[in-house]
Write a protein that binds this ligand. Sequence first.
Ligand code: CTP
Length: 420
Amino acid sequence: MSQIVLGVGGGVAAYKSALLLRALTESGHDVRVVPTASALRFVGAATFEALSGNPVSTEVWDDVPEVAHVRIGQRADLVLVNPATADLLARAAAGRADDLLTATLLTAHCPVVFVPAMHTEMWQHPATQDNVATLRRRGAVVLPPAVGRLTGPDSGPGRLPEPADVAALAELVLSAGAGALAPDLIGRRVVISAGGTREPLDPVRFLGNRSSGLQGWALARVAAARGAEVVLVAANVELPAPFGVRVVAVESAEELRTAMHTESSGRQHAESSGQGAARPADVVVMAAAVADFRPATVAGSKLKKGGAAEPSSVELVRNPDVLVELVGSRPPGQLVVGFAAETGDAEGDVLTHARAKLARKGADLLVVNDVSAGRVFGRAENEVTVLATDGSATAVPSGRKDAVAAAIWDVVSDRLPRQA
Ligand code: CTP
């Protein structure tokens, strides 16, 4: 159980902080809500007190013998400000201490995460951007805002991410520190495949695999939180899109192949943004479990028992290797990351097989899962080794898939060419 301070700024998105509070307490954390005075014009103190089980105050003048303005920050394991308004970011960047929340921000030794929400103009204003840069320089995490519906008829960047995404990222920072959400992917385009393909046999049956898509989802969520523009090519995954991530749904290996070529080359990006030139992805990650084989023929109607048409066997043909194709057609500077689920056998251990696969596929990095004895599939925890072409092997200890994703992005980020 961690001690979390949930700072709440005075914007209409404050209503979502009640749901975030609930998610955090349900995960077993002790949450102390510190709203600004204006936040209480949107959500009443009684709501925060009832959901947190802790008292709520906005001013340094409450609970004076407790020296609350110092103690609350000192004791916290995480300060999470949700929503962070333009005014709150400005006061935090200036180091003001004119209410309990800003005083808490000055006394906290722990990671601090700001989740901005405001109108697009306010977010994009140079004053706000300077404040964000200042806070990031000092080590605070300032998440990029989601894009979508804002108050009134407007929409654009400035929307508060959904409580489930913020809660997941808060857990990541609690377990791995603020560095897990370093803003090192700002300006990068990332295309990730996730899930498992389905190869149709007839209109109702398919050959599939047990990939849950959870690791690919975590990679997308963390990349977006680190500032990347993310496209997730998702094969048969029934999970809500992580905030800030565009999901392209596919089913078969062939559909996944087409989507990955289009998205990684940037052709789709050029069309949808109205910009003439295609802008290829900086990083392509093949986390999907792609079927190596598909049925040679797909029946047009459901295969029935009995009669002459009953199949006695299924003939399979080889699918193209999408990763090898992507490596072969990649533009200069694009980093390609493969995944490999391996088991050791009489011919070699997991890493020996994985090194051979890295060489065979030609990718820059290979994220290796040891799947001996049914490990990994569908579980929240994972443990990987990241192999690189220079012979290095980075062991990522067992952890939640978001923490593993952050460690993978650390390795990728170190290898990206510098931005102009
Ligand atoms: N992959 C791919 N296209 C395929 C098969 C695999 O792009 N038809 C990608 C996966 O997304 C993954 C990597 O290749 O990033 C390794 O997948 P894996 O199944 O371990 O590789 P295979 O080449 O199928 O090797 P094996 O013979 O061990 O099954």
